[in-house]
Design a protein around this ligand. Structure first.
Ligand SMILES: Nc1ncnc2c1ncn2[C@@H]1O[C@H](COP(=O)(O)OP(=O)(O)O)[C@@H](O)[C@H]1O
Ligand SMILES: Cc1cn([C@H]2C[C@H](O)[C@@H](COP(=O)(O)OP(=O)(O)O)O2)c(=O)[nH]c1=O
Length: 228
């Protein structure tokens, strides 16, 4: 009998945390580090990642669904995620390409669930639909005081000569952002096998090295691989 070829084992990594903690910066750096180790990998983001999901992203972030309430928004984020998973995430993982996503289902848990008040059972049901079994192998929760994160974002806007307008979630009060931070820490405590909390109050290079250590510790296939 012919042996089945061993399936290529691709990993799914997500980054989570509040606004301006450095997720996009570190997603790019991790992608580069994986590629330096000859790992095929792509980066993506939520909401978004596919044309349909990006359309839903614009609709929500412009504030057009705000009056619909957190429950309806949870449904919209889930609809975007379903397309993202079926069209981009799952096919890449099946082909052996690692996927790194800037936000994923924990953002719905934290924003619409823990701070938005949407019932756990609704959130859990939407996850069954949208994830279709594609739970991340590792979630890196970048944690920091939201006041410091805001200063970073404001500083960059000044340097770029831009007005600090913000999307609709960025405009929430600081107390709300503190509750959001606690929400992500709670998710990490509830899912210790999947989540690693890393302090984001470190210089970009130092944070990059801490993340690389966490990723390479988690996945044996990265150990002993030569830096290409
Ligand atoms: N470790 C860091 N230290 C200082 N500033 C940072 C760090 N990481 C990112 N930044 C800056 O902070 C701002 C937000 O970073 P970004 O990666 O866009 O965060 P997020 O994706 O979490 O919103 C950007 O201006 C970025 O250049
Ligand atoms: C994926 C997702 C994002 N969001 C929010 C979080 C952010 O405020 C916004 C995404 O905007 P984005 O500009 O990507 O935020 P950031 O740079 O901080 O990551 O959408 C939810 O409320 N629920 C979700 O499920």
């Amino acid at each position: 009998m012919l042996e089945e070829p061993e399936a290529k084992r691709a990993r799914f990594i997500t980054f989570e945390g509040g606004e301006g903690v450095g997720k996009s910066t570190q997603v790019k750096r991790l992608l580069q580090n994986l590629q330096n180790y000859s790992i095929e990998a792509v980066r993506t983001r939520e909401p978004g990642g596919t044309a349909k999901a990006e359309a839903i992203r614009s609709f929500i972030l412009q504030g057009r669904s705000e009056s619909w309430g957190a429950g309806a928004e949870a449904v919209l984020f889930a609809a975007a995620r379903l397309d993202h998973v079926t069209q981009l995430i799952a096919p890449n993982l099946r082909n052996g390409t690692w996927v790194i996503s800037d936000r994923f289902h924990d953002s719905t848990r934290a924003y619409q669930g823990l701070t938005g008040g949407v019932d756990d059972k609704l959130i859990a049901g939407l996850e069954v639909l949208a994830l279709d079994g594609n739970t991340p192998d590792l979630t890196i929760v970048l944690d920091m005081d939201p006041e410091i994160a805001f200063k970073r974002v404001a500083q960059r806007a000044i340097e770029d000569g831009l007005a600090l307008t913000g999307d609709r979630f960025e405009k929430e009060e600081i107390e709300w952002h503190k509750r959001l931070r606690e929400g992500f820490l709670q998710i990490a405590r509830d899912n210790p096998e999947r989540c690693v909390v890393i302090s984001a109050e470190q210089a970009e290079d130092v944070l990059e090295a801490t993340i690389w250590e966490a990723v390479s510790e988690r996945f044996p296939e990265l150990q002993g691989r030569a830096d290409a």
